[in-house]
Design a protein around this ligand. Structure first.
Ligand code: AMP
Length: 249
């Protein structure tokens, strides 16, 4: 079984985002960029399926600026077999990503596409669902467990108030939630080996997809600064203050 895993290069989750002075977006100049954490989980899950003998090949794909190559090399170092870099100038919205991925799916014919549930930069949570619509495949989103059973995949989903288990006919789309697994770190020898793994270079134009944004960002603002706290002498004073604020009765 061939698996396709789309991985996005995003602002590292440990970096505090700085909004550009003109309020048009987040400043990405000279900041650490990494693989979207949910995509690391997707790569890990694909590797585990290969280790179990369920999957035979893992193809990772990234759409974005040329530097997304680093993200693909990380995925190769973790254990993916082959990478496709699809370069696009400027920002690319989930619909354009999903359309490009649809062309990659047509070309590669994977049995399953495992995406992150959301990219931590745009927080869109759209690409997997849109790709499911474009391919007409079944989708299992927010997966916390993935089990391939013959011609189907059983996906345990994290839903409000519990877990829902669905069975999808393959080929299918799966998106990962946080509790699916804990991704491995790439070892130094594997980082070296990844340098010689195949990486194909393409452009969005090769797939005939128009990546022009459909949305205009009106403004981006930093979250309101937290007010400084006040120290209280004892519980009585705390309760009194909470009552005064209307928080306690
Ligand atoms: P989003 O819908 O933007 O929140 O992204 C959901 C998932 O789609 C991500 O976790 C990735 O697996 C995939 N994805 C989104 N954008 C890209 C991209 N530019 N390149 C590769 N994969 C992407």
């Amino acid at each position: 079984m061939k698996l396709l895993v789309p991985v996005k290069r995003v602002l590292d989750y440990n970096v505090k985002p700085r909004v550009k002075a003109d309020g048009t977006g987040v400043d990405l100049a000279n900041v650490k960029m990494s693989m979207n954490p949910f995509d690391e989980i997707a790569v890990e899950e694909a590797i585990r399926l290969k280790e179990k003998g369920v999957a035979t090949e893992i193809v990772v794909v990234s759409i974005g600026e040329p530097k997304a190559q680093d993200t693909l090399r990380t995925a190769l170092a973790m254990g993916a077999d082959r990478a496709i870099l699809i370069t696009v100038e400027g920002p690319v919205e989930p619909l354009a990503v999903a359309k490009i991925l649809k062309s990659v799916v047509d070309e590669e014919a994977p049995q399953m596409v495992i995406l992150g549930k959301q990219a931590i930069d745009d927080d869109a949570n759209q690409t997997g669902q849109m790709l499911a619509a474009l391919t007409g495949w079944a989708q299992g989103t927010f997966a916390s467990k993935v089990e391939v059973e013959g011609e189907a995949v059983k996906v345990t989903r994290e839903v409000d108030g519990g877990l829902e288990t669905v069975s999808l006919k393959l080929p299918a789309i799966v998106t990962t939630d946080l509790r699916l697994n804990e991704p491995r770190y790439a070892s130094l020898p594997n980082i070296m080996k990844a340098k010689s793994k195949p990486l194909a270079n393409k452009t969005a134009a090769d797939y005939g997809v128009d990546t022009a944004p459909r949305l205009t960002i009106v403004s981006v603002a930093e979250p309101a600064k937290r007010q400084a706290g006040v120290k209280v002498a004892d519980v009585d004073e705390l309760v009194m203050k909470l009552k005064a604020m209307g928080v306690a009765k």
